[in-house]
Design a protein around this ligand. Structure first.
Ligand SMILES: Cc1cc2nc3c(=O)[nH]c(=O)nc-3n(C[C@H](O)[C@H](O)[C@H](O)COP(=O)(O)OP(=O)(O)OC[C@H]3O[C@@H](n4cnc5c(N)ncnc54)[C@H](O)[C@@H]3O)c2cc1C
Length: 539
């Protein structure tokens, strides 16, 4: 493909596209030894929005278009034809700057499954050292945790009575108490851990870029949208990007690393001529390599939320709806960095099986001491709390396809939530088990009634209708540039794009399938491991 005439041509050893969870790790690790020059391109701005750094600020960032791509899915056939809102970070730190801060790696078996699918080097024993390398765990190091790494992992700053009552209630239904979902076993109930330090968000930008940005061999460009990869034959040679209206080009002496996330990485590949040939031709894009798997296999975690009316004015709703308590909460945070403003996207939670035949949990519950109709919108005027069901290993598969050759046009996103019987049954059973927890004795003093779906929704068919009407995302899209050896795999075990030279993808899109937890920790692990592989190749 011929490069278009670009005004400025820069040259670096590595060009990284996207300063999100993965891109920040790569930029830090690849520039650390001082031997290589690295350019990090980010479409969004610097992370100066104050709400990024306050944990509960994520509520304000769901619909903040200055730092968020704010995608929508196509009408979802099994969700009553509704479009599902898909926020994604567009700022230094990427989605780790707007996410819910929960640190949950998934199950050991997830990674062993990746290895079983032919991805040597990605079993649990292989990836654990990279989780530990990244980590600075507040409880100190042990078999499962590391200290001294860039990413702080902290215990909850605000363990409130309601969240503790949820744990007690879940234990009353027979779940074991678990003080570390990232330890020996995930099953059970307990408090979540978060990527925070001293009550402030530790995004990948805070954790990995702050210490590296003074390096002379690292250049960070914001408001720089990569529009396409330029190839010479099948060798990726440069990245063309637009910044402040000007078209620029950065050549990579060694490698181009795409870290645009599960939606934007396959979009950029397709725009650059690497993807399903029929799609590219339809949009007038010259085909560099026909790779049908680019954008294939999109997966996401769906969540279905139960909303409860609380009998006591102890929820965040009560604080937000009371000007005096709101001011006091703000003052507490400003002075001490404690209190409700340190709440993440779940305080306590649970992992359980909907079917005793399963060997590991298939449902994660996020408990929150507040309630709202839609995440990111006003909290209810009544005292309320929320507990949601999230099926951990959905079978449903979707796709991501460009809509046009215009790099600024949002891609077509189809998740196809609930498109298999297993997924429908897991959600319905999950809701039934969650209801048992919510009606257990430890929570009884706090409960007036279930508001949504409410007492009228009882049968399996009614619960499924509720899932269709209310189900939404928990923001974990993955696997659109999947790692593997089969014809639809896009990258190999070393994350190199198959059939192309000089190009790797490093982000959530390479996961062979979804991990059974929140995806940020796994993405950071992937980028830590990728950095090691890239530096090995450079020797
Ligand atoms: C609202 C929300 C809540 C979440 N909650 C949690 C949670 O509590 N715990 C958890 O573990 N996970 C959570 N996640 C998921 C987690 O944050 C993501 O899985 C993870 O951050 C993805 O990392 P990534 O590197 O793949 O992509 P991202 O972090 O999204 O980074 C991609 C970056 O690339 C940039 N980019 C894209 N295209 C281009 C281009 N063409 N040119 C230049 N730059 C480009 C983007 O602007 C972005 O900065 C949440 C996500 C969201 C959105």
């Amino acid at each position: 493909m011929k490069p278009s005439s670009a005004a400025e041509i820069l040259e670096f050893d590595y060009v990284v596209v996207g300063a999100g969870s993965a891109g920040c790790v790569l930029a830090n690790r690849l520039s650390a030894n001082g031997k290589h020059s690295v350019l990090l391109l980010e479409a969004g701005p610097k992370d100066t929005n104050l709400w990024i750094h306050v944990p509960l600020g994520y509520g304000r960032l769901f619909k903040e278009k200055t730092v968020n791509w704010m995608y929508q899915t196509e009408p979802e056939p099994e969700l009553d034809g509704r479009r599902v809102f898909q926020p994604r970070g567009k700022v230094l730190g990427g989605s780790s700057s707007i996410n819910g801060l929960l640190y949950v790696r998934g199950q050991h078996e997830d990674y062993d499954r990746w290895r079983q699918r032919g991805n040597n080097g990605w079993g649990y024993d292989d990836v654990l050292p990279y989780f530990k390398k990244a980590e600075d765990h507040c409880r100190g190091g042990d078999e499962f945790h590391g200290t001294g790494g860039p990413l702080p992992v902290s215990d909850l700053g605000h363990p409130d009575a309601l969240s503790a009552a949820f744990i007690a209630a879940a234990a009353e239904t027979g779940l074991p108490k678990n003080c570390d979902f990232n330890g020996a076993s995930q099953e059970g109930t307990g408090f979540f851990q978060t990527t925070t330090r001293h009550g402030r968000r530790a995004s990948a930008a805070v954790a990995y870029l702050r210490s590296a940005r003074g390096r002379t061999n690292l250049r960070i460009e914001t408001q720089a949208l990569a529009q396409r990869i330029v190839f010479e034959g099948r060798r990726a040679q440069a990245v063309e990007y637009r910044q402040a209206g000007a078209l620029k080009r950065a050549r990579a002496r060694r490698k181009i690393l795409i870290s645009g996330g599960a939606f934007n990485s396959p979009q950029l590949l397709q725009l650059s001529g690497v993807g399903p040939a029929e799609l590219l031709r339809r949009h007038g894009i010259e085909v560099v390599l026909d790779v049908p798997g680019v954008g294939h296999d999109l997966q996401d975690h769906m969540q279905v939320r139960i909303i409860m009316r609380c009998s006591r004015p102890i929820t965040l709703n009560d604080i937000v709806n009371n000007p005096v308590r709101k001011i006091l909460t703000g003052m507490q945070y400003a002075a001490l960095r404690t209190g409700p403003l340190t709440i993440a996207a779940g305080t306590s939670g649970a992992f359980f099986k909907t079917n005793p035949r399963l060997s590991t949990p298939d449902i994660q519950v996020h408990f929150l001491p507040f309630s709202t109709d839609k995440m990111g919108e006003r909290l209810h005027s009544f005292s309320g709390f929320t507990a949601s069901v999230c099926q951990l290993r959905p079978e449903s598969r979707g796709s991501l396809r460009i809509r046009s050759a215009d790099p600024t046009a949002a891609p077509e996103i189809r998740i196809n939530y609930l498109s298999t019987e297993t997924d429908r049954a897991a959600n319905v059973e999950g809701l039934k088990i969650l209801r048992k927890i919510l009606s257990a004795p430890a929570l009884t003093p706090y409960v007036v009634e279930e508001v949504d779906p409410g007492a009228k929704v009882v049968s399996d068919a009614e619960l499924l209708s509720f899932c269709r009407a209310r189900g939404s995302t928990i923001y974990h899209p993955t696997s659109t540039c999947r790692m593997g050896n089969d014809p639809l795999a896009v990258v190999d075990q070393r994350l190199s794009v198959r059939g192309i030279e000089g190009l790797r993808v490093v982000d959530a899109s390479v996961m062979p399938d979804l991990v059974s937890g929140n995806t940020n920790a796994a993405v950071i692990m992937i980028a830590e491991k990728a950095s090691d592989m890239i530096l090995q190749d450079a020797r």
